[in-house]
Design a protein around this ligand. Structure first.
Ligand SMILES: [Zn+2]
Length: 274
């Protein structure tokens, strides 16, 4: 059995375990479930750049992975920190991105926290279950500064010399009432790719992935697209607590994060070359 078949077989075992046993699968026992990262991360509270909470959140992410890179930069006297975890392998790379900062007055549980928790679990999973192809996990800072200034992703994209197959941005994907429509800008630039991604999503959770455009969102994928990177945004924007003090962990669920994690695993281990 070659390595890919081995990984694929192992992945099928994961899915089987999740679906049938409704528990953390055998090969993920040593990987922390996204919901556990999520609840711990949300206890930090607001993560507004320039505040103490921002630094606590930065250190939480760094300490949750083995040897991540920290790419710091400064804008108008405020320090920002992009954090990257790169797994070597065959190029071109695939990437998953989430922003980790939060807006003023908003704890950012779903908005930022949900994506971070998925990436942290993926980091742990990839450490223990290497793939043949290269994967980057990108934690962007400064997305929610001002009216979505996208500072971290702009900084990343402007300095990016890496060849990516794609980068998928995950934002607001932990809502208890999870339903994800196609994002308009993503579908405008990469219609076939978006359709393929939603087809895979519907194999995992047909009730969650709706193959229709509903909103046009300014998110980190916009920065990446501007610099020629194939990037799309996966976001559930029907979230009444968005940008409010009520965007707290109790608005999200383990089940939603579990669904999204199985979707991501499917991309990483079964369909890396879309
Ligand atoms: Zn966001």
């Amino acid at each position: 059995m070659d390595e890919y078949k081995f990984l694929k077989a192992k992945f099928n075992c994961l899915v089987f375990s999740i679906v049938i046993l409704v528990s953390i699968p055998v090969h993920l026992i040593s990987a922390k479930h996204p919901y556990d990262h999520f609840t711990a991360f949300c206890k930090i509270g607001e993560r507004v750049p320039g505040t103490a909470g921002h630094l606590v959140a930065r250190d939480f992410i760094i300490s949750s992975m083995r040897n991540p890179e920290v790419d710091s930069f400064s804008v108008f006297g405020t320090n920002y920190y992009n954090i990257y975890k790169r797994f070597p392998g065959e190029e071109p790379r695939i990437g998953f991105a989430a922003h980790w900062d939060s807006d003023i007055g908003c704890p950012g549980a779903n908005d930022g926290g949900s994506g971070v928790s998925l990436l942290l679990s993926l980091a742990d999973t990839l450490e223990k279950n290497p793939t043949m192809h290269a994967v980057d996990l990108l934690f962007f800072d400064g997305e929610d500064v001002g009216g979505a200034e996208l500072l971290g992703s702009r900084h990343f994209a402007a300095n990016c010399l890496t060849d990516y197959n794609y980068i998928i941005v995950l934002d607001m994907v932990g809502d208890k009432d999870l339903q994800i429509f196609q994002e308009g800008n993503s579908a405008k630039f990469f219609p076939a790719f978006v359709d393929s991604i939603w087809e895979i999503g519907r194999e995992i959770a047909p009730e969650v992935f709706v193959p229709i455009v509903k909103y046009y969102i300014t998110d980190d994928h916009i920065s990446l697209i501007k610099y020629g990177i194939r990037s799309i945004d996966i976001i559930d924007f029907d979230y009444p607590y968005w940008d409010t003090a009520d965007d707290t962990a109790d608005r999200c669920s383990r089940q939603s994060l579990d669904t999204m994690f199985r979707f991501i695993l499917s991309l990483v281990y079964q369909r890396p070359r879309l």
